[in-house]
Design a protein around this ligand. Structure first.
Ligand SMILES: O=C[C@H](O)[C@H](O)[C@H](O)COP(=O)(O)O
Length: 226
């Protein structure tokens, strides 16, 4: 299903485009298909959303530029952990949310690629990743808990671990995973999280995606914001 969504997204990529390239297992299927096309003469200028994606692109011969070299992009293709009917997303399961959001925001369009399991009525079953500065992380977590409680959200907020210690993002930050279960007012939560000083970024992508390609066992369908 991931390959199917990736293949459908590739049809939106035109020769010569400046392309943001997402992170995660679905985005990696896209990179593989893109690399085959590039090998046969298709030209794109790619900006990766993580070191992990950059490594795969370089391994497969997809040439990259930095976002500073190409600060305005035509299109970003990326996966998601959850997608709702208004094309609001939870992202950051792989810890790449900060660069993903910066790259998507610098793009004229963002296309999400995902399988049916990612589509939800209400965001929040997937733990919301919140990227925080290591400095004062306990104070930041307490501030997040207060915001959550004001919005009627409960559930554990824990530091993500990578096996041999806290997980570090490409930017050297920590991830707090918030198990809210349901986030009835994702817009309000996003606004409140943005206002907490130690929060670097959060995994709620609101008003960023233009289209989602959702692959099921039979075919891929298109989701637009409703
Ligand atoms: O940080 C990671 C990204 O936001 C991914 O795009 C997201 O976690 C989806 O990944 P996957 O396609 O592996 O489910």
């Amino acid at each position: 299903m991931k390959i199917k969504a990736a293949a459908a997204a590739l049809e939106h990529v035109e020769d010569g485009m400046r392309l943001g390239i997402g992170t995660g297992s679905t985005a990696e299927e896209f990179v593989r298909l893109l690399a085959e096309k590039v090998a046969s003469g298709f030209r794109i200028e790619g900006v990766p959303t993580s070191e992990r994606t950059a490594r795969l692109c370089l391994e497969l011969g997809v040439q990259l530029k930095s976002l500073d070299e190409l600060p305005e992009l035509d299109l970003t293709i990326d996966g998601a952990d959850e997608v709702d009917g208004r094309l609001r997303l939870i992202k950051g399961g792989g810890g790449a949310l900060l660069r993903e959001k910066i790259v998507a925001a610098a793009s004229r369009r963002m296309i999400v690629i995902a399988d049916e399991s990612k589509v939800v009525d209400v965001l929040g079953a997937f733990k919301l990743p919140i990227e925080v500065n290591p400095f004062g992380q306990v104070a930041t977590r307490i501030a997040i808990e207060k915001v959550a409680s004001r919005l009627g959200l409960t559930g554990e907020i824990s530091v993500r671990n990578s096996g041999d210690g806290p997980f570090k993002t490409d930017g050297g930050h920590l991830i707090l995973d918030a198990s809210f279960g349901r986030i009835p007012d994702a817009d309000a939560l996003a606004g409140e999280l943005n206002a907490i000083p130690g929060v670097v970024e959060h995994g709620l992508f609101i008003g960023i995606a233009s289209l989602a390609i959702i692959a099921g066992p039979e075919e891929a369908r298109i989701l637009t914001a409703s």
